[in-house]
Design a protein. Structure first.
Length: 328
């Protein structure tokens, strides 16, 4: 009688242990959320007697960071495309001035169009010089930063331009819709649209592909020059809307509005998980990066730190943002 061969045993692959999963986990993807929770808990314990956890103060944090959040959404696209835009703060100031002067001279709608026109012009010039002439975006937008703030200061002789139109002021910053400030709704709208477009549309995939490897993107048929032009144009338009939000909240246009916002926006984007070298981006992370900066600013003020000490902390945030963006 023939003996039956023993059945072959099939060894199942060994699943990685929990410790191995933790070691392989890229913590940099979640550092903004961890940092946000840690900083929030720290200030909640330290400043609970100063009203940090009050609904008014928490809502105020969202209101104070709304304009930076809007600018940072546009900056997310630029940095994801491996470019940079240093002119967004000056564009916001120029837009606020153009809007205020336009409303004073021609009325509400022409004033809004004048503000948007500033963003279109600045964004188109930046995008054209970068995409068509191949000039580095850092140099182009650095020069445009000076041009925009100089033009706004020159046009107004450094004087504030008041906005007396209640409809504009209500729509662009001063008003509430129910208990929610209008500024918060503006930032929520930009975050929602920006997140969907970047992660769910063909244009968003092309932006990431251009930033990740421009040569490979060219070979796949992506018009990378057009993409670079478009992201810088978008950044200029978004910055102009942020300038109108400044004008509506502060009921005036001034060339100083937006000063330094380019650094805050870049820090928010990088802290949020977007690579400074392009190829990856997350608008939701940018939102938390912006909120983290606002949270720190608010906590430092409640803690009684003066402006010079706050500047030191903000500078440390910028350095941290660049450190987190380092290549592996």
């Amino acid at each position: 009688m023939s003996k039956t061969a023993p059945a072959a045993t099939i060894e199942s692959p060994i699943s990685p242990s929990f410790g191995e999963k933790l070691r392989k986990l890229d913590w940099r993807r979640y550092v903004i959320y961890i940092g946000f929770v840690v900083v929030f808990a720290f200030f909640a314990i330290l400043l609970h007697d100063q009203g940090f956890l009050s609904a008014v103060n928490l809502l105020n944090i969202f209101r104070q960071t709304a304009t930076i959040t809007v600018i940072a959404v546009g900056m997310t696209y630029v940095i994801s495309c491996a470019e940079i835009d240093l002119s967004v703060g000056s564009t916001a100031g120029l837009s606020s001035v153009a809007t205020a002067m336009g409303i004073s001279q021609w009325g509400l709608v022409p004033g809004i169009l004048a503000g948007l026109a500033m963003g279109v012009i600045v964004g188109a010039i930046n995008g054209g010089l970068v995409s068509l002439l191949g000039i580095p975006s850092f140099l182009v937008t650095l020069g445009m930063m000076g041009i925009a703030v100089g033009a706004a200061q020159w046009a107004t002789a450094s004087a504030p331009q008041p906005i007396l139109d209640d409809t504009f002021n209500t729509l662009f910053g001063s008003g509430n819709i129910g208990p929610v400030p209008g500024l918060v709704l503006w930032s929520a709208l930009f975050v929602a649209v920006g997140a969907v477009v970047l992660s769910r549309t063909k244009f968003g995939r092309q932006v990431l592909a251009t930033g990740g490897n421009r040569t490979a993107a060219d070979f796949t048929g992506i018009n990378t020059k057009r993409i670079k032009f478009q992201v810088l144009l978008i950044s200029g338009i978004v910055a102009s809307i942020a300038g109108m939000l400044y004008a509506g909240r502060l009921q005036s246009g001034r060339f100083q509005w937006g000063t330094g916002d380019e650094l805050s926006a870049i820090a928010a984007v990088i802290l949020g998980g977007t690579s400074l070298f392009g190829g990856s981006g997350t608008v939701i992370g940018t939102l938390f990066g912006s909120l983290l900066i606002g949270l720190i600013n608010n906590g430092l003020i409640l803690a009684g730190l003066d402006s010079s000490q706050q500047q030191v902390v903000r500078g440390a945030i910028i350095i941290l943002a660049v450190a987190l963006a380092r290549k592996k």
